[in-house]
Design a protein around this ligand. Sequence first.
Ligand code: 5AD
Ligand code: SF4
Length: 425
Amino acid sequence: MNVYDTERMSESLQTEGYVPTDSAEDADMILLNTCHIREKAAEKVYSELGRFKNLKSENPNLKIGVVGCVAQAEGEEIIRRQPLVDLVVGPQSYHKLPSLERQIKNGEKKVEIDFPTEDKFDYLAKRTDIRRAPAAFLTIQEGCDKFCAFCVVPYTRGAEVSRPVEKVVSEARSLVDKGVKEITLLGQNVNAYHGAVEVGTQFTLAKLIWKLEKIDGLERIRYTTSHPNDMTDDLIEAHADCRKLMPYLHLPVQSGSNKILKRMNRSHTAEAYINLIGSIRKARPDILISGDFIVGFPEETDDDFEDTLDLIRTVGYGQSYSFKYSVRPGTPAAERKQVPEEIKNIRLHKLQKLLGQQQKTVQQSMVGRTVRVLFEKTGRQSGQVVGKSDYLHAVHVLGDQSKVGHVEDVLISRSNTNSLEGKLI
Ligand code: 5AD
Ligand code: SF4
């Protein structure tokens, strides 16, 4: 979502006359888009800002802004801690950037972290003249009402809000008009989508997917991230019946211990999650399942951790993201008895070893198979093009630029650590 937000902010400033640059030395304004999900990500902001000090002494007109969830969570504190910052803007106020930019030019410092009532997407200017890459993101839902005990999202991104169906469809159409073949629908709780159609009626995510499926030229639809409790029957059926919906599902479980799931306020058990995966696989047997895991949540014992390993063995993940629990001030779990860092390290290592083996097995099983690949760009080595398979594996083949933007059949010949190699058929 930060990638999508960054693009939208960049475009809205381009309509004000800015042009993007790859070099910080050339910039008149630097916006640092930030993540608050774990302490490490949040702390990185200050080390990055420190690196801009010299730039500001060389160019006194340079303006520096911190945007995103760290801005939302820390507000004015950022300017107190790092006075070279001119602007702090939370995720719900990006549409105010052009007017804020005019104010900071006059030497003011601005902090904008209210949750406005208007829909920022109605005001965020878009460039209509940019040709798009073949795969694009599209935010359809933001925020979260689930309040997992470890998570800052309900505080930084706010309450769950879905964009109206017509706005999503028209943005999708305009992306496709500019060359997009694959759209990933984004939301912190994307499968809780309940966008308005007209007064009084709403669409589920499944209904939205079926509507997008009718757009000519759009070939692939994905969505992320989902919560197990919002995996409705119509969405599972869409995985069976919707040709454009890709066989990949990111469905975080966080832990395999019922005690820990309860303490995390996840409102589902390990068994319910395993049954759900069973129903999804019944609908789409080849679907690749991906997950998020947290080790060392407060009060997690060795037995609880073993339950997580058992769940992973039962489910079988093709892809995963795993983290040591990170204390987030203001969240309920921050106040609880913490697991020592050494134990977290040992558990993370064990967990990642198992998940790594599973990923390898799934990738190996692709060798000898023919898969569909949407080519996105030329590769690092000359004569190579790279793209993504239906299962979201990165695939590279020998081929030229003309393949970019096209879906082709590829016979997979080799599995590398994080990608597959193959031959165009
Ligand atoms: N500590 C570690 N991991 C976290 N996540 C969210 N909050 C925390 C935290 N406090 C992880 C969850 C979530 C993913 C986006 O980040 O696994 O699914
Ligand atoms: Fe955070 Fe996801 Fe839980 Fe919402 S459902 S509180 S975004 S982990």
